[in-house]
Ligand binder design. Structure first.
Ligand SMILES: [Fe+2]
Ligand SMILES: [Fe+2]
Ligand SMILES: [Fe+2]
Ligand SMILES: [Fe+2]
Length: 367
């Protein structure tokens, strides 16, 4: 996406169309968090914006027709894809949905037959018809199946059915969708995870205001939410999955503590020893409970997860907030130490962590 500060002249026509597409997408909340469906709906919006642009700029009639043909072809392909998905998912209102699709395509095909002789007014009317129908259909009929997946606990299955493979990501619609996700990850399949993380942060007052620490805390919360979702997997796999996820979380916590201790040592030296010993206490608690969980049943593993969660949230509120206040009072020094911590403890955030952090913050601030 083009940075907002880019000068008028450096923004190309394509960028304008793209920015307009993303704005329409975001303002109308068109995401269902179903990758392939979102990618296709986004591309339909993009074609519509191109049609609008051709009309506004009074581009040659042939340009408008090219976009109309594209809209027609892509709409037909999208409808087929959607119907295949709804069949696989056992959607009860499939017949009506398919009928709606058919009626609309037939109507467009009739218009296509006479479209070569259309005047400007008629082109405008056709654009408004397409826009009105597609937006209305996505907001009502398509939204109905997305809700059905959610209410019947079929969301994970639907997401798996809608996966976008590498080849599809290389297509024009795929590239546009990827760009949307890079800028707004909350529009993708992680949207629930982002919302839940933001909700937990809010309910437990977990924002410290120190970017690196918040980033790591958000990532830990995400790991915990993912661990809890193990309960939705097959029973025989649960314990192994849970223990593996716990080990990954334990590893990340170690990294987090290392970076945090550097910050505390330099910015809040008086509390360093106490804070560090609380971290050590945590490691000991996890090691002990983990042994019980490994030799015991799955209940012990769930108890370990509960402990870990409770400990972390209360530790952030009670202990981490203390050094965070000092960091906020001296942001320059805090930023300098954070940079140092990233260099020496090798905890440079990965891009996906940075994107996740920004998405959670956006969600947190939007309420
Ligand atoms: Fe659709
Ligand atoms: Fe549809
Ligand atoms: Fe922390
Ligand atoms: Fe801490």
């Amino acid at each position: 996406m083009v940075p907002l500060q880019a000068s008028e002249s450096s923004i190309t026509e394509d960028d304008n169309v793209k920015n307009r597409t993303f704005s329409i997408w975001l303002l109308n909340q068109l995401s269902f968090s179903l990758p392939a469906i979102d990618m296709q709906h986004l591309w339909l919006v993009h074609i519509l914006v191109n049609m609008q642009n051709a009309l506004e700029k009074k581009l040659p009639f042939s340009d408008f027709l090219v976009f109309f043909d594209r809209a027609l072809q892509f709409t037909e392909a999208h409808f087929l894809h959607e119907e295949t998905l709804l069949t696989k998912m056992g959607y009860p209102d499939l017949d009506n949905h398919r009928e709606e699709h058919r009626r609309f395509v037939n109507h467009l095909l009739k218009i296509r037959e006479v479209s070569n002789s259309m005047n400007y007014e008629q082109c405008h009317k056709l654009y408004r018809l397409l826009r009105g129908w597609l937006f209305g259909h996505i907001a009502k009929e398509d939204k109905a199946y997305a809700r059905f997946f959610e209410h019947r606990n079929l969301k994970a299955k639907a997401i798996a059915e809608c996966a976008v493979d590498e080849d599809a990501f290389e297509s024009e619609p795929g590239k546009l969708y990827r760009e949307l996700l890079q800028n707004f990850p909350e529009q993708g399949q992680d949207s629930d995870l982002i919302k839940k993380t933001s909700q937990i942060v809010k309910e437990n007052n977990l924002i410290t205001g120190v970017p690196l620490m918040d980033l790591q805390h958000f990532w830990l919360i995400k790991l915990i939410i993912e661990m809890e979702s193990v309960s939705e997997t097959r029973e025989e796999e649960r314990k192994e999955k849970l223990m593996n996820a716990l080990a990954a979380c334990q590893f990340y916590i170690r990294e987090h503590f290392r970076a945090e201790e550097m910050l505390v040592q330099q910015l809040d030296p008086e509390s360093y020893a106490g804070h560090k010993s609380r971290h050590i206490g945590f490691h000991e608690m996890v090691a002990l409970r983990k042994k019980e969980a490994e030799s015991g049943n799955i209940r012990a593993a769930w108890a370990l997860l509960r402990n870990l969660k409770e400990w972390l949230y209360s530790h952030i509120v009670l202990e981490d907030m203390h050094y965070a206040r000092i960091c906020r009072g001296n942001p320059q020094k805090a930023a300098q130490v954070a940079r140092q911590a990233m260099n020496t403890s090798n905890t440079v955030p990965q891009k996906k962590q940075l994107d996740f952090y920004r998405a959670v913050l956006r969600n947190y601030n939007s309420k």
